[in-house]
Design a protein around this ligand. Structure first.
Ligand code: SF4
Length: 353
């Protein structure tokens, strides 16, 4: 059991308070914050700008790292999946997805997930526990260090997506705190418009999120154009159905600035939600709720045992997209990444292989 304070999840103000409590001058807080986030150091020992005695004192009550990388898998497409463990032995998964001009890190907000989306392997784990703000931030630090080296400049901008294991809006406070820490210009400096939070539809939190002054982007996982089908695929729909979800999406839409859009994710499951009629119903639904600044990300299901679903054929995915476009809806097909290492959407379930 790790009972030390995990300073990686402390805001600048909290670090200053902590430093004050142990009788050290305030400027030490800034050094620690920079050491943790700008230099991405995972131990106080490496913070050689701090006096040795102070580092020793820090180690007595605090820590800069609580996650342990258990395994690391590299896909033929360059995607990397990290399977980590918390100090109390719960799995945490993070995925690094390189693209030409930017990097994307897909992080987890919970260990496991309490929601039971039928097409998702993570759902099989159930909720193990919420991750702390420190555990969220540390995932990003570990990945950046693995890819570029400790303290090294990151040549590309880093985009973050809260689309790993867990429902981010069920760990709202820790998520928002972690994102605030990561946005700090004296630290990782990953600003909100480089971040996308994906929800399965926790409606009250969508309203709360929309009101944040510096809010990240939003993606809503929809995956069905009717309650009947969505109830089966995403049981959270029984708690907040489409009639409740889409007005919340509309409210969020109102907060978008010029040129901004938000996303609906639609996982295409062969023979289940991928017909021409489903595509038309989806376009009509957006029309009914007057959602105009939306883009639809179509994600062909990533097969994963023991899930029984299969992806539609390439042609049907294209047809689905074309129907949406013919009705004036922006639609994109998301290219699967890291399927061979169980790193793709819906595949995160602490698989060792
Ligand atoms: S799709 Fe997301 S919200 Fe649904 S069970 Fe999987 S991890 Fe949870």
């Amino acid at each position: 059991m790790n009972e030390k304070l995990h300073l990686t999840g402390f805001s600048k103000t909290e670090i200053a308070e902590f430093v004050g409590q142990i009788g050290e001058p305030k400027y030490r807080a800034k050094q620690i914050f920079k050491g943790l986030h700008a230099r991405r150091l995972l131990s106080f020992e490496e913070m050689t700008d701090l006096p040795k005695a102070f580092r020793k004192k820090l180690n007595e009550t605090a820590t800069a790292s609580t996650l342990k990388v258990e395994s690391r898998y590299v896909s033929t497409d360059g995607t990397r999946r990290f399977l980590m463990k918390t100090h109390d032995n719960f799995p945490v998964e993070t995925v690094f997805i390189p693209t030409e001009n930017r990097d994307t890190i897909c992080f987890s907000s919970q260990s496991g997930c309490p929601l039971k989306c039928d097409f998702c392997l993570t759902a099989k784990l159930g909720l193990l526990r919420n991750l702390t703000a420190g555990e969220i931030v540390e995932q990003i630090i570990i990945v950046l260090n693995d890819v570029y080296g400790v303290s090294a400049e990151t040549p590309h901008g880093t985009n973050l997506v809260a689309m790993g294991a867990g429902e981010p809006f069920l760990n709202y406070e820790n998520l928002i705190k972690a994102l605030g820490i990561m946005a700090d210009e004296e630290g990782l400096f990953i600003v909100p418009n480089r971040v996308t939070v994906s929800t399965a539809g926790i409606v009250p939190k969508i309203y709360e999120f929309a009101k944040l002054e510096k809010r990240p982007n939003l993606a809503i996982s929809l995956s069905a154009p009717s309650d009947e089908l969505r109830d089966k695929l995403m049981p959270i729909n029984k708690r907040w159905n489409i009639e409740q979800l889409l007005p919340a999406a509309k409210e969020f839409e109102k907060t978008l600035r010029r040129g901004e859009r938000f996303t609906f994710e639609y996982v295409l499951l062969g023979g289940i939600n991928d017909s021409d009629a489903h595509a038309r119903d989806l376009a009509n639904l957006l029309d009914e709720y007057e959602l105009q600044k939306v883009k639809i990300n179509l994600i062909a299901h990533n097969p994963a045992e023991p899930l029984e679903y299969h992806p539609p054929g390439f042609e049907q995915v294209e047809r689905f997209k074309t129907i949406l476009k013919s009705k004036g809806v922006s639609a994109y097909v998301r290219r699967p990444r890291g399927r061979d290492i169980y790193a793709a959407c819906g595949q995160l379930a602490a698989m060792k292989g």
